[in-house]
Ligand binder design. Structure first.
Ligand code: SF4
Ligand code: SF4
Length: 99
């Protein structure tokens, strides 16, 4: 699920991308249970689990339609790991991008 829609923020694409720590955790399958998002141990088939990088990154939306563009709205939606830097910046009170 890595990267970018920076319509809301004023960051450049490079600045937005640089926030990602490339841990790859958001590229694991998720389940919704009682209003909470639970991460499974199953990675997306396109995730290189050694590097944490997407192997089809430039074409991810075409080749893997389930892949979701990372936006500030998504960071606030509770679907990313709590310590993902996008969450810390955009979803936490006092974060750089908090409202
Ligand atoms: S969880 Fe956050 S830091 Fe990790 S790969 Fe996903 S967007 Fe990047
Ligand atoms: S296609 Fe899979 S590995 Fe690539 S960014 Fe999307 S969820 Fe992650």
């Amino acid at each position: 699920m890595r990267e970018t829609d920076n319509n809301e923020s004023k960051m450049s694409r490079e600045e937005w991308d640089a926030i990602c720590e490339q841990c790859g955790r958001c590229c694991y399958e998720k389940l919704s249970y009682r209003g909470k998002i639970l991460y499974t141990q199953t990675p997306c088939r396109h995730l290189d689990t050694e590097t944490g990088l997407c192997t089809i990154y430039p074409e991810r939306f075409k080749l893997h339609p389930e892949c979701t563009q990372l936006t500030t709205e998504l960071a606030r939606a509770g679907v990313l790991p709590d310590d993902c830097p996008y969450v810390l910046m955009f979803a936490r009170p006092g974060g750089k991008g908090s409202r």
